[in-house]
Design a protein around this ligand. Structure first.
Ligand code: PEP
Ligand code: MG
Length: 755
C-alpha cells in the first residue's frame, strides 16, 4: 500500500493542473482498492456546495454539473460531518439522495472521506461499488491517507482557478484571494504582466567546438554586453533607489566582472565545450554553494547568480532585450522576480510586484520596499501561467493577492488606498521629529541593521541610532571567517555613519537557521542547539577576534554598545564579561585608546526571564529579542509556515513574561529595550510603551508607523490599555482590542500595515 500511495502522490504532485491531478487520483484510487467508481467533489465557495470535479466510472458528462450542498446527500454529509462514511448499501440510507445525471442508482457500496486542508473541508473523495460492499478498515485508512496527503496539492490547484475552470459560467471570473507573505507595504492595482527568465540555462546541451579561441571571444563579448545591460538598468532605476539598495546592481556588476566567472568559463571552453555549455557549468558551480545554505537570505543570492548567468546566455544566444510594452499600471508577476527583471519595467508604470518565491528578506522585497511599490511574495499557491492579463490587487500589507476581484472588493481597496496615502503623507511629516509621547516621554527609536544595509545610515527614516546590528551577515557572505581587520573596517563604517548616535553591535549569533557555509553544524534540533553565545564561548579564538575588531573600530567614537545573544544562564554572562574585559585590557596595554562600551544582553530565552534579578545587575542594559522569545515561549518554530498562525508575540504568556522582565530590570535600575519584530508592530508598540520599555529597535520601514503611535498615545493611556490587555485570555481578543483602539484613534491604516 505504501508504495502505491507514494506513486499516486508523486504523480499528482507532478500534474500540470487541477484537472489532471484529479483525474490521476480517481483513476489510481479506483485501481488500488478495486472499486467500480472513484469520484472527487470539491467545495465551491461561490455556490456554497460540493461540485463533482472528476470521476472514473460515473457519467463524465456530470462533471461540473452536479452540486450537493453541505449536508445534502451522502457526499454532503461527509463534507458536513468531516468524517468518513462507510455504507454497504447506500440507497438504503435515509440520507441518500438520488442524482440522475451520474447514473449512480446502480451502486450500493459507498465510502466517502473528507479532503481537509488547514482545518477546512476542501472536498470529498468517494469510492463506489456496484454490489453491496462494506469497506475494510485498511481501505478506509488508505483513502483517508490519500485525501490527507493530497489536500495540499488540491488546495494549490483549486486556488488557481481550477474549480471555476470546471463550472462553465464562471470562467475567467473572480478567484479566491491567495495569501502569501508581505513583501513591501501598500496597495497596488493593475494588470498582470507575467515575466519569465530570459534564457534557460538548464536546457543547454553540451556541444564540442573546433574554433576554441573564436568561442572564447564570443563569450567575452557576451559578458561585456551583459555588463552593459546592467549598467543601463541601473541608470534607469537612477535616483529612485536608496544608495544601499543600489548595491544590488553593484553586486551584479561585481559578479559579471568576477575573474572566477570569466576564467572558469574560458577554461571550460578551452577544454572543448561551447560557450553556453561552459557557462552553464560555471553558473551551476557558483549557485550550488548558495543553494545549500540554510539561511534564506543567502539562498536568495543563488538566484542572483542564476540571473547573471541567464543574462550572459541571452547575449550569447542573441536574444533581443525585452522591448515589451508595459500597461500603464503593470503588476509584475513571476515565479521568481530578480532585481534586473524589476528594472525592466519603467517605474512610472510599475504598480505592484508578485512573486511565487521569496520572503520578506529577498531582494525583490527589499527593492520593492525601497521603490515604494507594494509587493506580495512567497505565493506558493499561485499558478503564474494563468495570470497574464488579469486584473490584480496587490495587498502588500497583509501579503494577499486578489485576482480579478469583484467591484465590491475593488471599492473597498480603493478606500483603503486613499487612507494609506493620507497616512504616508502624515508619516513623512513625522520623520525628523523626535519620538515623544503626548505626555512628554521620549522613546528613542532605533533601527535593526545588518542585512543589505550594512552601512546604511537609515537616518533618512528617522532612526536615532542602531538598536541591533546583526554581525552574522558579514560572516555569512564570505567563504571563511572574516579576518579581524576586515571586521574592524566594516564595524568602523557602521559606527562612523551613526556617530555620535549609539550603535548596538551584537556579537556573532549563528546557529539555528543562520549557518555559515564554511562552518557547518549538523543538529537534529538546531534552534535548541549550538547557537549564539554558546558557539562563541566554545570558540574563544573567534569571539576574541570579533571583540577586538569591534572595540578597535570604536576608537575615538564612543558610540558603541555591545550586545550578547542567546543568554540562558549566569555563567555565560560572567564568562563573556571576563573575555571582554581581558581584550579591553590587552588593547589598552598595546596603547590603543579603547573605551569600555556599555554591555547588554539579549533576553530571548525563557530561562533568562526568571533570572533577571541575577543577570541585570551584571550588565548595563537588556534588550528583549521578541522573535526568539516568542518561539521559545510558545514552542513554535519561527520559520515553520505550518504553525505560523500560532506564532504571535501578542500571546498573553509572552506579554506577561515581558512585563516581568521590565518590572524586575527596573527594580535593578537597568534599562530595557525591545529589538525584535514586535517593536515594529504599531499595536504591539502601544503595549511596550505601557510596559515602560526605554527604547524600541525595529526594521527601518516600520519606524515611521511606530513613531506615529508614540506621538498619539500618552504613557498613561498606554498603561491603561496594557492593563486591559493583560486581563484577556487569548491572542485573538488582544489583537482585536488593540486594532479597535488604533482605529478609534483614527489610525485605521496602521491596523493593516503593522502585520
Ligand atoms: C530576536 O530574536 O528577537 C532578535 C532580535 O534576534 P534575531 O531575529 O536575529 O534572532
Ligand atoms: Mg534572536
Amino acid at each position: 500500500m505504501l508504495a502505491t500511495l507514494r506513486r499516486i502522490v508523486q504523480e499528482v504532485n507532478a500534474a500540470r493542473d487541477l484537472e489532471q491531478a484529479l483525474s490521476i487520483i480517481v483513476t489510481r484510487v479506483k485501481q488500488a482498492i478495486k472499486v467500480d467508481v472513484c469520484t472527487v467533489y470539491l467545495f465551491d465557495p461561490t455556490r456554497d456546495a460540493f461540485l463533482l470535479m472528476a470521476t472514473d466510472g460515473l457519467n463524465p458528462q456530470a462533471i461540473g454539473r452536479v452540486f450537493l450542498a453541505r449536508g445534502e446527500g451522502l457526499v454532503g454529509v461527509v463534507g458536513k460531518t468531516e468524517e468518513p462514511l462507510n455504507l454497504d448499501d447506500a440507497p438504503a440510507d435515509p440520507r441518500y439522495r438520488f442524482v440522475a445525471e451520474t447514473g449512480e442508482a446502480y451502486y450500493h457500496g459507498f465510502l466517502g472521506v473528507p479532503i481537509i486542508h488547514h482545518r477546512k473541508v476542501m472536498g470529498v473523495l468517494v469510492a463506489r461499488q456496484h454490489d453491496k460492499r462494506r469497506f475494510h478498515d485498511d481501505e478506509v485508512a488508505f483513502l483517508l491517507t490519500i485525501a490527507a496527503q493530497l489536500s495540499g496539492a488540491i488546495a494549490v490547484a483549486a486556488a488557481n482557478g481550477g474549480i471555476q475552470g470546471f463550472s462553465s459560467d464562471q470562467e475567467g471570473g473572480e478567484l479566491r484571494p491567495i495569501v502569501g507573505l508581505p513583501g513591501a507595504p501598500g496597495i497596488g492595482f493593475g494588470t498582470a504582466v507575467v515575466i519569465y527568465p530570459p534564457a534557460d540555462l538548464g536546457a543547454i546541451p553540451d556541444r564540442r567546438v573546433s574554433d576554441v579561441e573564436g568561442e572564447v571571444s564570443v563569450f567575452r563579448a557576451a559578458l561585456e554586453a551583459a555588463r552593459n545591460d546592467i549598467r543601463i538598468l541601473e541608470q534607469r532605476m537612477g535616483d529612485s533607489l536608496a544608495v544601499e539598495d543600489r548595491a544590488l546592481f553593484n553586486a551584479y556588476t561585481l559578479m559579471l566582472s568576477s575573474p572566477s566567472l570569466e576564467n572558469q568559463t574560458v577554461e571550460r571552453i578551452r577544454a572543448g565545450n561551447w560557450a553556453p555549455g561552459a557557462l552553464r557549468d560555471t553558473i551551476a558551480e557558483h549557485t550550488r554553494i548558495f543553494d545549500q545554505m540554510e539561511d534564506p537570505y543567502l539562498r536568495e543570492r543563488a538566484e542572483d547568480v542564476r540571473d547573471v548567468g541567464r543574462r550572459i546566455l541571452a547575449r550569447l544566444e542573441n536574444v533581443p532585450q525585452d522591448q515589451r510594452q508595459y500597461p500603464e499600471r503593470t503588476v509584475l508577476v513571476g515565479d521568481e522576480i530578480t532585481a534586473s527583471m524589476l528594472a525592466e519595467v519603467p517605474l512610472d508604470r510599475l504598480a505592484g510586484v508578485v512573486a511565487v518565491r521569496g520572503s520578506g528578506s529577498s531582494h525583490v522585497a527589499i527593492l520593492a520596499r525601497s521603490l515604494g511599490i507594494p509587493a506580495v511574495v512567497g505565493l506558493s499557491e499561485l499558478s503564474v501561467g494563468r495570470m497574464d492579463g488579469r486584473e490584480l490587487i496587490v495587498d502588500g500589507d497583509s501579503g494577499t493577492l486578489h485576482i480579478s476581484p469583484p467591484d465590491r472588493v475593488r471599492e473597498e481597496y480603493l478606500l483603503l488606498a486613499q487612507e494609506e496615502q493620507r497616512l504616508a503623507a502624515g508619516l513623512a511629516e513625522l520623520r525628523d521629529l523626535p519620538a515623544i509621547t503626548p505626555d512628554g516621554i521620549r522613546i528613542p527609536l532605533y533601527a535593526n541593521a545588518g542585512l543589505l544595509s550594512d552601512i546604511n545610515p537609515s537616518l533618512h527614516h528617522g532612526a536615532e541610532g542602531i538598536g541591533l546590528y546583526r554581525t552574522e551577515f558579514p560572516f555569512m557572505i564570505r567563504n571563511r571567517f572574516p579576518s579581524e581587520e576586515e571586521q574592524r573596517q566594516l564595524y568602523r563604517q557602521v559606527l562612523e555613519a551613526y556617530a555620535p548616535l549609539p550603535v548596538t553591535v551584537r556579537t556573532l549569533d549563528v546557529g539555528g537557521d543562520k549557518m555559515l557555509p564554511y562552518f557547518p553544524i549538523h543538529e537534529e534540533n538546531p534552534f535548541l542547539g549550538w547557537r549564539g553565545i554558546r558557539i562563541t564561548l566554545d570558540h574563544p579564538e573567534i569571539f576574541s577576534g570579533q571583540l577586538r575588531a569591534i572595540l578597535r573600530a570604536s576608537i575615538g567614537l564612543d558610540n558603541l554598545r555591545l550586545l550578547l545573544p542567546m543568554i540562558s544562564n549566569v555563567s555565560e554572562v560572567d564568562e563573556s564579561l571576563r573575555i571582554i574585559r581581558r581584550i579591553h585590557q590587552e588593547l589598552h596595554d598595546q596603547g590603543e585608546a579603547v573605551a569600555m562600551p556599555q554591555i547588554g544582553i539579549m533576553i530571548e530565552v525563557p530561562s533568562a526571564i526568571y533570572q533577571i534579578d541575577t543577570l541585570a545587575p551584571r550588565v548595563d542594559f537588556l534588550s528583549i529579542g521578541t522573535n526568539d522569545l516568542t518561539q521559545y515561549m510558545l514552542a513554535v518554530d519561527r520559520n515553520n509556515a505550518r504553525v505560523a498562525s500560532l506564532y504571535d508575540s501578542l500571546h498573553p504568556a509572552v506579554l506577561r513574561a515581558m512585563m516581568q522582565v521590565v518590572v524586575t530590570a527596573q527594580r535593578c535600575g537597568r534599562a530595557v529595550g525591545v529589538c525584535g519584530e514586535m517593536a515594529g508592530d504599531p499595536a504591539s508598540a502601544l503595549l511596550l510603551l505601557g510596559m515602560g520599555v526605554s527604547n524600541l529597535s525595529a526594521s527601518v520601514p516600520s519606524l515611521p508607523r511606530v513613531k506615529w503611535v508614540i506621538h498619539n498615545f500618552s504613557i498613561a493611556r498606554a498603561r491603561d490599555i496594557l492593563d486591559e490587555v493583560l486581563a484577556m485570555e487569548d491572542t485573538r481578543s488582544i489583537r482585536r482590542h488593540l486594532d479597535g483602539i488604533l482605529q478609534q484613534a483614527g489610525l485605521g491604516s496602521l491596523v493593516r500595515s503593522g502585520r
